[in-house]
Ligand binder design. Structure first.
Ligand SMILES: [Fe+2]
Ligand SMILES: [Fe+2]
Length: 289
C-alpha cells in the first residue's frame, strides 16, 4: 500500500551528486545532476514498511532524452504480498499445487512433443528389428538403431517429467505404425537408405523442438525455453551433424564389403574401425541419433 507522505529521500546513484528535494503532490523528489550535466529526476514513494523509487526522466540541457523505469522490487512485504498467491492455491486433489504461469498452450505442445519422440523411437525400433534379421545381419546398425530408439524414448520421458514439474498433465496419444518395415533399397543399399532416413527424422524432430520453443516463447515462459535450449536444441544439432557424417561416409563406401566395416565400427562403439585383433573397442559410444 502506498502512502503519499512523508517520502524517504536517499541517493541511489552517485553519492557525490548534489541532491535537492522538492515537494510535489505529496511526493518528494530528489533531483541530481552529474558532471556531464545530465540530470536524473527520481520519485520516491514511501510504502508501509519501506520505500520504492522510480527514475522517471533523464534531462540533458533541459530536454528529455531518455526514460528509464527502475522499480527495484527490493521492498518485499511477505505477509501482505503472499495473500495473492495464497488464494490461488488449489484446494482440489485433482489439480496441481505446483502450477504457476504455465499456459495451456505449453501443456498441449509438450504432450505433442512427447508423441513425436515416441513415434521417432518406434521407427528406430523398426530399423533395429530390420538390421537384426538373420538375412541382413548387420549387428552394428541394429545396435545403433536400438540405442537411438532408447534415446528417443528417454526424450519422451524427460518431457513427461518436465510436464509434471510444471504442474501439467501428460496425455499420451496414439503411436502410428511405421508404413514401411522393409528398408532395402536397390539404388542406395539398406545402410545408406536407413541413415538418410535417420537424418530426415532428426531434422524433423529438430523442427518440432523449435516449434515447441516458439510456443514457450509466445507464452513468455522463460523457464520452459531454457529447459528446451539446455536439454535438447544443442544435442539435436549435434545429432544431425553426426548422422550427416555417417550418411556421407556410407555414400563413399557404396554397397558391399565396406558396409561390413562400417557396421563393425558401429558395433565397437567408435568413429574409426578398430585394427584387426585389437582388444578394446574404440573410445566412446557412437552418438545415437
Ligand atoms: Fe529426440
Ligand atoms: Fe534424436
Amino acid at each position: 500500500m502506498l502512502l503519499r507522505a512523508p517520502a524517504i529521500i536517499f541517493s541511489a546513484t552517485d553519492a557525490s551528486s548534489p541532491w535537492k528535494q522538492q515537494q510535489h503532490n505529496g511526493f518528494k523528489k530528489g533531483i541530481s545532476s552529474d558532471k556531464s550535466g545530465v540530470g536524473l529526476v527520481a520519485t520516491y514513494m514511501k510504502t508501509k514498511r519501506g520505500a520504492k523509487h522510480s527514475v522517471h526522466t533523464v534531462r540533458a540541457a533541459g530536454a528529455e532524452v531518455k526514460t528509464t523505469s527502475a522499480l527495484t522490487g527490493v521492498v518485499f512485504e511477505p505477509f501482505s504480498e503472499v495473500q495473492n498467491e495464497l488464494v490461488l492455491v488449489s484446494q482440489s486433489f485433482s489439480q496441481s499445487l505446483a502450477r504457476q504461469k504455465f499456459s495451456d498452450s505449453c501443456e498441449g505442445a509438450l504432450n505433442e512433443q512427447i508423441n513425436v519422440e515416441y513415434n521417432v523411437s518406434y521407427i528406430y525400433h523398426a530399423l533395429f528389428a530390420y538390421f537384426d534379421r538373420d538375412n541382413v545381419a548387420l549387428p552394428g546398425f541394429a545396435k545403433y538403431f536400438r540405442d537411438a530408439s532408447d534415446e528417443e524414448r528417454g526424450h519422451a520421458e524427460m518431457f513427461m517429467k518436465y510436464q509434471n514439474v510444471r504442474g501439467g498433465k501428460v496425455k499420451l496419444q496414439s503411436i502410428l505404425m511405421p508404413t514401411i518395415m522393409e528398408f532395402d533399397n536397390s539404388q542406395k543399399g539398406e545402410a545408406l537408405y536407413a541413415m538418410e532416413l535417420a537424418l530426415s527424422l532428426e531434422k524433423l524432430t529438430n523442427q518440432k523442438l523449435l516449434n515447441l520453443h516458439t510456443v514457450a516463447q509466445e507464452a513468455n515462459d522463460g523457464q520452459m525455453t531454457d529447459f528446451i535450449e539446455g536439454n535438447f536444441l544443442t544435442d539435436q544439432v549435434q545429432a544431425i551433424k553426426k548422422v550427416s557424417e555417417y550418411a556421407s561416409q556410407l555414400r563413399r563406401i557404396g554397397q558391399g564389403h565396406g558396409v561390413w566395416h562400417f557396421d563393425q565400427m558401429l558395433l565397437n562403439g567408435g568413429d574409426v574401425a578398430p585394427a584387426p585383433g585389437a582388444g578394446a573397442p574404440g573410445a566412446g559410444a557412437p552418438a545415437a541419433a
